[in-house]
Design a binder for this molecule. Structure first.
Ligand SMILES: [Mg+2]
Length: 192
């Protein structure tokens, strides 16, 4: 992430009033019907590691697969935008062999490339897509820069449910960022 992208993310977080930002403990605590009915969301963009499963774990939890199948049945287009290296992509493709999920690996979030590419593939406008991830500046920052108007910040999967964890420095940075992001956003909402 470049310093400019980082500054842009924080500027957007404190200045943009059009963006819907929600905070939920996990993907399992999201009211997806509300996203569809209230915010007209047609495509769900997910971060992979520590959002859908523990950090860099190989197999997807059954509960997550069940949720994704349910979301597909209810008409959402499903996308994974991950910074994971191309090496892991065959594993992701195999995991989702029976489910129509658009997988963008090596996305270099917060670069907008992966988001824009995915929007083209699923043929959904940016304002009808919602990004869900555990990392405020990369997941939501990239999505907002690509024009998405809805983002949901969840806690790290491994923190809530156990399993592989990222290193302590990454976890600490993420924790501070999430706290600050939420603090600034809620403050902005209160001031309005
Ligand atoms: Mg993540």
């Amino acid at each position: 992430m470049t310093p400019l992208q980082y500054i842009q993310f924080w500027y957007h977080a404190v200045s943009n009033t059009r963006t819907t930002i929600l905070f939920r403990p996990s993907i399992y605590a999201i009211n997806f019907a509300e996203l569809k009915d209230r915010y007209s969301i047609k495509a769900l963009f997910f971060d992979y590691d520590d959002t859908l499963l523990p950090f860099k774990e190989l197999s997807l939890p059954h509960r997550t697969m069940g949720l994704l199948k349910k979301l597909n049945k209810s008409g959402f287009k499903l996308v994974i935008v991950s910074n994971c290296v191309e090496k892991r992509k065959p594993l992701l493709v195999a995991t989702f062999a029976d489910l129509p999920v658009t997988i963008i690996g090596n996305a270099h979030k917060p670069s907008t490339y992966g988001f824009i590419e995915a929007l083209k593939i699923v043929q959904v406008d940016a304002n009808h897509a919602c990004m869900i991830g555990d990392h405020a500046s990369t997941d939501l920052g990239g999505a907002f820069a690509a024009g998405l108007q809805c983002g949901i910040l969840v806690k790290s999967y491994s923190k809530l449910f156990g399993g592989n964890r990222s290193d302590i420095i990454s976890r600490t940075v993420l924790q501070i960022e999430s706290y600050l992001f939420r603090f600034m956003y809620e403050r902005k909402v209160t001031v309005k």
